[in-house]
Structure formats: structure tokens, C-alpha cells
Design a protein around this ligand. Structure first.
Ligand code: ATP
Ligand code: PRP
Ligand code: MG
Length: 314
């Protein structure tokens, strides 16, 4: 009897999708904001480590970002929001141990952008083949760095540190670093300069290498469709204006980021196909700045209006 109850509790759990996100750090807030924009809402547990999904059967597990790939590999979570840097590092680590791929990137999410880069002392020239052999390179990404070196047949020592990597040259632990860079301020304040990119990173949606099983597959698909809609709309606006029909081709050239527009005659359809005025609306995916609007106005558009777009179901 007890065993049945436990099994059925487990089965119920399997009907709900579980997503791992970073508990506190750079990716936590944007991950929650993205999921909320996709229509999810939650009830937080008292310890704030588990968010029970209310609007959809999707629960969140709040963890250290380094644990996210492993949770997916072990099937504890179905999806995770994690930096590509962490995902690729752990994938390479598994590969170096001869293990099969256990997780993969499903989507780039456009936030948490940074680069894994070599940082060298300000007064060095960058000539990796000549300079790197025999050096010590401090990093938190030993698998990524080792693969980069091996691909170039460069023999250097990889000094693994879990944080404050940029201090290593000052402390005499390494000659150079390979670490995450965003503004470059941390490197600069340690008299280092960024010279070469090892990995371009952003937050990604990660999932298992294989398919997601049973009922959760459908929930995951629904969520990904919604995330795609939200991501596509990030910078998107609905642009509306009026203009002589004859200049539409020219105006559309000024809108390379627009979806095919809806065009309506302004005289109830009595015009020919080439004359008269039209009203146009188009979904534009780039930022709709004042400069762009002024350019359209100079080209003959009138009554320009930019409207926010809340949801898109393609
Ligand atoms: N300077 C930066 N600018 C933008 N994104 C960054 C920057 N540094 C790191 N990131 C991205 O944000 C992710 C999380 O960074 P954070 O510093 O919050 O992680 P952490 O200290 O490892 O946190 P945790 O406690 O979860 O282990 C990184 O793995 C990377 O993808
Ligand atoms: O190019 P910048 O804009 O200076 O950003 C780069 C720094 O940001 C990250 O560290 P974080 O601030 O998260 O601290 P950590 O080293 O404790 O992870 C990263 O490890 C770099 O040190
Ligand atoms: Mg971490």
C-alpha cells in the first residue's frame, strides 16, 4: 500500500516539468522575468528553493548554476537556464572522461552575455604560438581552455581557480588568465588586457541530450513555443504610418527588420494599385529609434506611430 502511494507520487511528479534556474546571481532575475513573460506563475516554498508552478505544471528548482547540467544529466530536472560557458565546460569535462553527451543547448536566451577570453599583461604582445608554451594560465574553465590549447598543439599549464582569477598574475600563480569578460573592467583593474575569445557566451535553455519523456515533452514544447514568442518580441514594435502608395517600396527598404506589412487603401478601395494613400502596419524587430522615424518621415511617411507588442503566437 505504502509502495503504491510512493509510486503514484513519483508518477505525479513526472507529469510536471521541472526547470533548474540559478538561485542567486547574474542569471536569476532575468530567468524568472523571462519565465513570467511566458505566462508562468509560482508559489514559493518557505526556503525559496522550490517554486511550485500554478499557471502551468512547471516547477522551478533554485540551485547553484554549476549544478544545473548535472541535474539535467541525472534526470532530476528536465530543463535548465544556465550560461553556455558552464554547459560547454561540463560537456567537455564529461567527454574527457569518455562519457556520452548528457545535455545540450536548446535555445540562446539573449541575456548574461559575456566572453571567455585570454587576458594578458598590458605590456605583452599577443602571439599565442610563440608565447604560451610553458606558461601558467589561470582559469575557472579548465576543460574549455585545455581543448583550445590541444587544438593548437600548445603545451601550457592550466591553473584551475574557482574565482578571482584575474588576481592570479599579481599573486605570481600564473602569467596570464582565461576568464569571463563583459565590460573588461575587472581585467583592466588588474593591469590585464583581453586578447582572444575562446567562447562567446549567453544564458541558454539547456535540456537532455535525448528526448524529454512522457507528458512532460508536450509541456516543454508549449513552454519553448512561448519562450520563442517572448524572445522574438524583445525589441519588436508594431510600426504604423500612412504614405503615398507609390513610395512604399522605398519606405520598405528603410525597414529591413520588418515582417511583410499589412497595407490598407485609405479611400475604400477606389484607387488603382499604383496611386493614392495607404495605411501600413508592420512588425519590426529592431529598435525603433527617433532617428529611424525621422528618416521615414523625410522619405514621405506621415502619422508615424510605434506600439508595443505584448504577445506573439506564430
Ligand atoms: N561579467 C559578466 N557579465 C555578464 N554575464 C556574466 C558575467 N560574468 C558571468 N556571467 C554569466 O553569468 C553566469 C552566472 O554568473 P554568477 O557570477 O552569478 O555565477 P556564480 O558566481 O558561479 O554563481 P553560483 O553561486 O550560482 O555558482 C556565468 O556563468 C556567465 O554565464
Ligand atoms: O568584464 P567585467 O564586466 O569586469 O566582468 C568580468 C567579471 O565578471 C565575472 O565575475 P563576477 O563579478 O561575477 O565575480 P566572481 O569572480 O566572484 O564570479 C567574471 O568572472 C569576471 O571576473
Ligand atoms: Mg557558479
Amino acid at each position: 500500500m505504502q509502495r503504491n502511494a510512493a509510486a503514484s507520487a513519483r508518477d505525479q511528479l513526472r507529469d510536471r516539468l521541472r526547470i533548474a534556474i540559478q538561485k542567486s546571481g547574474r542569471l536569476s532575475e532575468p530567468a524568472l522575468a523571462l519565465l513570467a513573460a511566458a505566462g508562468l506563475s509560482w508559489q514559493e516554498s518557505r526556503d525559496k528553493l522550490f517554486y511550485y508552478g500554478e499557471s502551468l505544471p512547471i516547477d522551478l528548482l533554485l540551485v547553484r548554476d554549476d549544478d544545473i547540467p548535472g541535474l539535467i544529466a541525472d534526470g532530476v530536472c528536465d530543463l535548465g537556464f544556465v550560461g553556455r560557458n558552464v554547459l560547454v565546460e561540463q560537456d567537455y569535462e564529461r567527454q574527457s572522461r569518455g562519457e556520452a553527451p548528457a545535455f545540450r543547448e536548446l535555445r540562446g536566451l539573449g541575456f548574461g552575455r559575456c566572453k571567455l577570453m585570454f587576458g594578458i599583461p598590458d605590456d605583452w604582445e599577443w602571439d599565442p604560438q610563440a608565447q604560451l608554451p610553458g606558461t601558467r594560465i589561470a582559469t575557472s574553465y579548465p576543460a574549455l581552455l585545455s581543448r583550445w590549447l590541444a587544438e593548437r598543439n600548445i603545451e601550457a599549464s592550466v591553473v584551475t581557480m574557482s574565482g578571482s582569477v584575474e588576481l592570479a598574475p599579481r599573486l605570481g600563480q600564473a602569467e596570464l588568465v582565461c576568464d569571463l569578460v563583459s565590460s573588461g573592467a575587472t581585467l583592466a583593474s588588474n593591469r590585464l588586457k583581453p586578447v582572444e575569445v575562446v567562447l562567446d557566451s549567453e544564458a541558454v535553455l539547456a535540456g537532455p541530450a535525448g528526448a524529454i519523456a512522457d507528458a512532460r515533452a508536450g509541456i516543454a514544447e508549449l513552454l519553448m513555443r512561448r519562450l520563442d514568442g517572448v524572445l522574438k518580441l524583445r525589441d519588436s514594435k508594431l510600426l504604423m504610418f500612412q504614405a503615398p502608395r507609390a513610395i512604399l517600396p522605398h519606405l520598405m527598404q528603410l525597414l529591413p527588420d520588418a515582417e511583410p506589412p499589412t497595407v490598407m487603401s485609405l479611400d475604400g478601395g477606389t484607387q488603382t494599385r499604383t496611386d493614392g494613400d495607404v495605411a501600413l502596419q508592420a512588425l519590426c524587430h529592431g529598435a525603433m529609434t527617433w532617428q529611424r522615424l525621422e528618416e521615414l518621415k523625410r522619405a514621405g511617411a506621415r502619422g508615424l506611430m510605434v506600439l508595443p507588442v505584448e504577445r506573439l503566437l506564430a
